[in-house]
Ligand binder design. Sequence first.
Ligand SMILES: C[S@@+](CC[C@H](N)C(=O)[O-])C[C@H]1O[C@@H](n2cnc3c(N)ncnc32)[C@H](O)[C@@H]1O
Length: 262
Amino acid sequence: MAVSFEEFKNQAKKILDIDLDGYKLDRVERRTKSLMRRHNVKDFDECLNLLKHDTEFKDAYLNHFTINTSEFFRNPENFDFLKNNIFPEMFAEKRKIKIWSAPCSNGSEPYTLAIILNELNIDPSRYEILASDLDRSILEKAKKGEYRENSLKNVSDRYLKKYFTAIDGENSAYRLNTDIKSQVKFEQKDLINAPYSGSWDLILCRNFFIYLTKDMKNYLINKFTNVLNTGGYLFLGNTEYIFSPDKYGLEKIFQSFYKFNG
Ligand SMILES: C[S@@+](CC[C@H](N)C(=O)[O-])C[C@H]1O[C@@H](n2cnc3c(N)ncnc32)[C@H](O)[C@@H]1O
């Protein structure tokens, strides 16, 4: 008998070691089917077989499933708010600030933070930026720090000259300068299954909740607030909202920023 999507999902969860139940189900099904079409896979049975025995297909599935789109200064008005309001207040109050970009994708987001902090002339000894993602291949790209136009459209010419070097022989490709790269530490982490540690002043969890079920999103908001310092901020993506933020001790202060009041 043909394998149903439900059965596929239950087996794929074990093979991939990902909690697929935490993601919006119709989206998982759509992404799975579109990858199957692309690879001429006829049914879920064959797809499971490939996931078990073909590491290239397994990597392709993970890649297709995780959606790595990211860019520098994504939704620039929020990064202006960070630069002009949140960072000056934080650094006036505290000697050292801890920032976590989770998930970070290709590194554009945590590197944007390092650029802003450099522009504010904050000494790198005064901050720590940790960046986490599930996808090992995108983390390798992030560490390399090479980007094309699609990730750089919000980067001004001044910043491009100051923080990037054009890669010889490549059309519109740029390498981020080493001093900015050295200010971000990357780690592989499954934000759904793995425990969180540390205590953070600013957590960026942007363009991730949109892929998750309501229950998973609520569960993760609790996980994040457990490691957020009182007075710290949670920074979401532009289309992401927290309903009744006070339930979590959060207060919306600007577009995508929530302050944690404990
Ligand atoms: C659309 S990107 C968001 C990147 C960045 N925060 C931004 O807004 O530009 C979503 C990222 O979530 C990561 N991801 C998906 N499931 C994850 C999980 N369970 N744990 C950690 N990262 C995950 C993907 O690998 C992908 O890089």
